[in-house]
Unconditional design. Structure first.
Length: 132
């Protein structure tokens, strides 16, 4: 079970999950703690939140992740907006973006991951449009 880790994504291209060349930029505004930003490049996954999330009984997080044009001819990206409550009892709003920089190949899958450990439980819904 994942506790005290960041949330991210990996894109699958040509049947293989890509584990390098992700750049990201994230920010968080927390009650009583102000702004917390993070950015970086060259990661093994696309980081989508600036600080660690927890799985304790007083912690929760929900979000929406958007992936624009996964079959397009540009570099693949994901955007997150979400919110939750941390272990210190504060409420926060999170937003982030990540891009896979190595090529423009069509994306054929996505993996939602934690920076370490596993996602123990959650409710996931997938919405999209199919090309005709």
């Amino acid at each position: 079970d994942s506790d005290n880790n960041v949330l991210g994504v990996r894109f699958r291209k040509s049947g293989s999950f890509q584990s390098s060349n992700y750049d990201y930029s994230t920010e968080c505004y927390e009650q009583g703690h102000g702004r917390n930003d993070a950015a970086g490049s060259g990661l093994s996954y696309g980081r989508l939140v600036p600080r660690n999330l927890g799985n304790q009984s007083n912690e929760n997080f929900s979000c929406r992740i958007e992936i624009p044009n996964p079959s397009g001819s540009r570099q693949k990206s994901a955007y997150l907006i979400g919110g939750g409550r941390g272990g210190n009892g504060t409420c926060g709003i999170f937003q982030g973006a990540s891009i896979h920089t190595s090529d423009n190949a069509t994306m054929d899958g996505i993996q939602v991951i934690m920076g370490g450990g596993n996602i123990r439980s959650g409710i996931f819904s997938l919405y999209g449009m199919k090309s005709s």
